[in-house]
Write a protein that binds this ligand. Structure first.
Ligand code: 4AD
Ligand code: MG
Length: 481
């Protein structure tokens, strides 16, 4: 007798009906009476479980005792129409093999509601839970949609290096990469560590961004993007910061900052629509979960819209675009500023915007995504194009509940402006000789931005903490698993 193997996603969407099928997965729950046993099984392919029905006598008590929540099993039988509540099909089991038992006394993922904090401590089991299954299927869908979006528009995906020899962008927030013996490093004449004896013959770090390298490809292949891991050693223990996160950085030849903003808005809307179109089951689950979570919060902190409505809202409304100067005016005159409710008060043009200000603009003032552009040059990176006043052609996209999801700019393509700015910011030319070369030979107008991938996944899943949208989070003091 041969059984055809199907995933639960296939079975619950119509495959295999009235046929001999085999499914494999992890037991969610088991209900047993004298004449019948029901096993609810999930294999991670969908949020839905498949119900397995069996005859306790035929399966035998010894076997049934080992079928507990968390055990892995292979079940074979006929897939038939179900008359029970909550499912359309069920598997009438002829044979069940327990592949791996899970002792109910000590299995950490009990069949009950666990806190997200507890689940972080068992990150190796949390994808077996409904919430994390849904989150990581959505994360996958977003990865796929990123590549689809760019491929459809003629962009090339470029892998930029993870280990970098320049720390121009990082300014002290980088993780060093070295093979030197920490107890006995070679010492140079000045008494410091002699990195010329290190693996790469110079100081190296993990990258904070692939932008500078991908610019070389924009200036040869036109439309390009990176999608890779980035590392920041900043000591920020917030719900929006990771020490290791993934970033998507498109870089476009002959785009000015307006083209840049147009692309960023189209990109985010595409991703949100993709989630709405392709991940309906998982979103429906996360929407219910989000609504329950919101109800735990005090009234004034609750989001006005449900998760799915928030996604639709973003896809249907034009983002508000304002200059930094306009943003400062709004914030200066805002209630929380006047009543000194902001932790950092906005008193003058030039102050950096903190998350509380960004969220005020998005959630209270405009009530929609906001793009702020033309920032003071002193709070932005050296490579951003000067507007000829005190501002640069930067742009940040701010989302409700999250704050900044995208940061980007038009790049300074004029050699002498770039050199002047690097000098002012004490960035040695020798370190970025190749970056300056790009301005010496065939320089062009170009722009780009970086989307923090986990912040996007937070937005589409409604998860409040960034640690809950990456498989194994790395944060200050924490790199278990
Ligand atoms: O604004 P950032 O620092 O921009 C850059 O790195 C540029 N090189 C991008 C470019 O123009 N190509 O970072 C971009 C985005 C932020 O908007 C934020 O969403 C995310 O990356 N991000 C983080 N996400 C998680 N954890 C952190 N520690 C993050 N730091 C930045
Ligand atoms: Mg930024």
């Amino acid at each position: 007798m041969t059984y055809t193997k199907y995933s639960i996603s296939q079975l619950t969407s119509g495959a295999g009906l009235n046929q001999k099928v085999r499914v494999q997965g992890w037991v969610k729950s088991k209900r047993e009476s004298k004449n019948v046993v029901f096993i609810s099984l999930n294999d991670g392919s969908t949020i839905k479980n498949v119900q397995i029905v069996g005859d306790p006598e035929k399966l035998g008590e010894t076997l049934l005792r080992t079928i507990n929540s968390g055990a892995s099993i292979s079940a074979s039988g006929i897939l038939q129409t179900s008359h029970g509540k909550g499912q359309t099909v069920e598997l009438a089991a002829e044979n069940i093999i327990v592949d791996g038992e899970a002792d109910p006394e000590i299995y950490p993922l009990q069949p009950k509601k666990h806190s997200l904090e507890f689940l972080r401590e068992i990150a190796h089991f949390r994808p077996r839970s409904q919430t994390f299954g849904a989150v990581f299927r959505l994360r996958h869908a977003m990865i796929f949609a990123v590549h689809q979006f760019f491929n459809d528009r003629g962009f090339y995906n470029i892998h930029t290096p993870i280990i970098t020899g320049s720390d121009a962008e990082g300014a002290g927030e980088m993780f060093r990469v070295t093979t030197l013996d920490p107890l006995n490093p070679p010492v140079n004449e000045a008494g410091g560590v002699d990195y010329s004896k290190d693996f790469f013959g110079k100081e190296t770090n993990l990258t904070v961004s692939g932008q500078l390298e991908v610019e070389a490809f924009a200036q040869s292949m036109g439309l390009v993007y990176t999608f890779g891991p980035t590392f920041r050693a900043e000591n920020s223990n917030t719900s929006r910061h990771l020490a290791e996160f993934w970033m998507i950085e498109p870089e476009m030849a002959w785009y000015d900052n307006n083209d840049n903003m147009d692309l960023a808005e189209a990109f985010l809307k595409y991703l949100v629509n993709y989630a709405l179109d392709k991940c309906a089951d998982d979103l429906e689950f996360l929407d219910k979960r989000d609504t329950q979570e919101e109800q735990q919060k005090p009234q004034h902190q609750r989001q006005e819209l449900s998760l799915i409505d928030r996604l639709k809202f973003v896809s249907e409304h034009q983002f508000e675009r304002i200059t930094y100067t306009e943003a400062i005016e709004i914030l200066k005159n805002s209630k929380p500023n006047k009543k000194k409710k902001f932790q950092f008060l906005i008193d003058a043009w030039g102050s950096d915007l903190k998350s509380e200000h960004e969220r005020y603009l998005v959630e209270k003032h405009f009530k929609k995504p906001v793009i702020i552009y033309n920032y003071p040059k002193d709070i932005k990176a050296f490579y951003m194009r000067s507007n000829g006043d005190n501002t640069v052609a930067a742009m940040d996209v701010l989302f409700p509940g999250i704050g900044e999801v995208i940061g980007g700019s038009q790049r300074e393509e004029r050699l002498e402006y770039l050199q002047k700015r690097m000098k002012e910011m004490h960035i040695p030319e020798e370190e970025l000789w190749w970056y300056l070369d790009l301005r010496k030979f065939g320089t062009i107008t170009h722009s780009g931005f970086g989307l923090g991938f986990e912040r996007l996944v937070q937005f589409v899943t409604g998860m409040n903490n960034i640690r809950d949208v990456i498989p194994f989070p790395r944060t200050p003091g924490s790199a278990e698993f």
